[in-house]
Design a protein around this ligand. Sequence first.
Ligand SMILES: *Cc1c(COP(=O)(O)O)cnc(C)c1O
Length: 460
Amino acid sequence: MSLTKRSWAEPFKIKMVELLKMTTPEQREKAIKEAGHNTFLLKSEDVYIDLLTDSGTSAMSDQQWSGLMLGDEAYAGSKNFYTLEKAVKKFYGYKHLIPTHQGRGAENILSQVMIKKGDIVPGNMYFTTTRLHQELAGGTFVDVIIDEAHDSENLHPFKGNIDLNKLQALIKKHGAKKIPYVCVAVTVNLAGGQPVSMQNLKELRALTQEHGIKIMLDMTRIAENAYFIQQHEKGYSKKSIAAIVKEICSYTDGATFSGKKDALVNIGGFLAVNDQEIFEEASNLVVVYEGLHTYGGLAGRDMEAMAIGIEESVQDEHMKARIGQVLYLGEKMQEAEIPIVLPIGGHGIFIDAKRFLPHLKQDQFPAQTLAAALYVDSGVRTMERGIVSAGRNAKTGDHYYPKLELVRLTIPRRVYTQAHMDVIAESVERVYQDRKKIRGLKMVYEPKYLRFFQARFSKL
Ligand SMILES: *Cc1c(COP(=O)(O)O)cnc(C)c1O
């Protein structure tokens, strides 16, 4: 036995378990048919390992559960609001906090406050709810991510970076006045959880400052982004995740945050800004859409749990195990030569469905098809991030045809074991062996907004 090998393990032990229902392939065939071949429409009790999302699916710590008992459910001025405000100042450095029921609540308010009709909002690849709120506020989203992000085989270590030349061209074309802010996501969900480098953020800051354009962070997975900076960016290997997180925030003017990802809670979010005027306008709007500015749609106990989760999320040991588990699964798939997005991202493994099912055309929904097939094979629930998620162009009515057609295997935080990861990898391998037999889908019901959530399909 080699004495040099040292395995890592999770920096926690399990105190309570949730029993899972085991199903047969026949039961799963029936369930996916009833769900219109859309994994969003499956009942969760029919799912064995749920990789639909890492959103709101984390396991809270005993500290967070204890925090729930400290809930101060006063309508105004809850103690827990001040605890959360303190955590946001301490770990992120923003001056003003507005809690919201989740990330999209913050996106709605930020978009309404900052975007005027006809404005342009550049961003590093779109996120579904973010872009929709920008559009509903009268803005047009423009993707300014580097080209490498659209290539699932490109090994660039910071595929989330903004292409400053694209941004400069956009400023030249429309004028800085038409650009209220640049929306920077860390990490980039739809590119496969790819990080942004600190260098890129610094350069972006310099460029936007020249033109008086603000930077608003979508900081939903900021601690995961910080881990990649620590591991791969020169000058950061000895800095803590906490220090890197705070430095990222320092180059921006504010942020929207979904507590359901990094912050290890099941519900919650916030808008944080430095600018007093934006804060005041946002405070006016939050009472319309979310609730009073000291609870924003959350119970006091939720704010307490989120404050504790924020602190836990920036611990180096936590992040090493969190991303270590994702890497473990990704490396297993690479060994089996499954086409996945590389480098392996922060919150999940993204299978390239175009390369997995090359015999399907994109409008036969290869990623949707593959997600359904994986569920039938093993009860593992994944989701589509491709043509269905991309939606339609509002002007022409055509599908958007995104370059990336992916199936996302998102890993909840602190929920599954290494043995679960083995089961997942083996199921993907099995489906890969039989891939030639898989037929595509046609869409038989299409909702108007965010269609991927509720669309229904039948087999071709
Ligand atoms: C989840 C998510 C959001 C929206 O947050 P919700 O809490 O789901 O409303 C915004 N941006 C990114 C990158 C996300 O992953």
